[in-house]
Design a protein around this ligand. Structure first.
Ligand code: CO
Length: 159
């Protein structure tokens, strides 16, 4: 799975660079200079992310393109993408998030536990976030919609 994820990201980057002539060259230069890693994450109506492991290199700028590829409303099958700081208990975080409906299930008193997060999406919606990769290590990511973290979680690895 780990290898597949890396190949997936590499393939995506290659695909991006392969599109168009001179434009792709300039994109490539920009990407090389700023070390931008683009990660495609989806959530579906079966309460699943498309990835269990995401790997990036330390020093990268990370762009996560997050899409809900299902059809269900955010009120019944909402998805967000949250990366937690090291040492944060995912169960405690998710439990606190359950009652934070008004803030897209981001608990106001747990903002300090978060490295990066998206807004909450319903079916057909998408969003993007950008952030600097944190220090080398393994971080948990999850969807904090009530009950989803059990299935919708994985490792964000910085190498
Ligand atoms: Co979800």
């Amino acid at each position: 799975m780990r290898v597949l994820t890396v190949l997936g990201i590499t393939a995506l980057l290659l695909f991006t660079f392969a599109c168009g002539g001179e434009k792709s060259e300039s994109n490539k230069e920009v990407a090389a200079k700023s070390n931008v890693v683009v990660v495609e994450v989806t959530g579906n109506d079966l309460m699943q992310f498309n990835v269990k492991t995401i790997e990036v290199l330390a020093g990268s700028k990370v762009k996560v393109n997050f899409s809900h590829i299902g059809k269900m409303e955010s009120t019944v099958m909402g998805h967000n993408f949250i990366i937690l700081k090291p040492g944060v208990d995912i169960v405690q975080f998710a439990t606190a998030a359950m009652t934070a409906k008004d803030t897209d299930y981001i608990p106001a008193d747990k903002e300090g536990d978060i490295i990066a997060h998206t807004k909450l999406l319903g079916g057909g919606q998408s969003t993007s976030i950008e952030f600097d990769a944190p220090a080398v290590g393994t971080y948990k990511f999850l969807c904090s919609f009530p009950g989803h973290y059990a299935m919708m979680q994985g490792d964000f690895i910085v190498k």
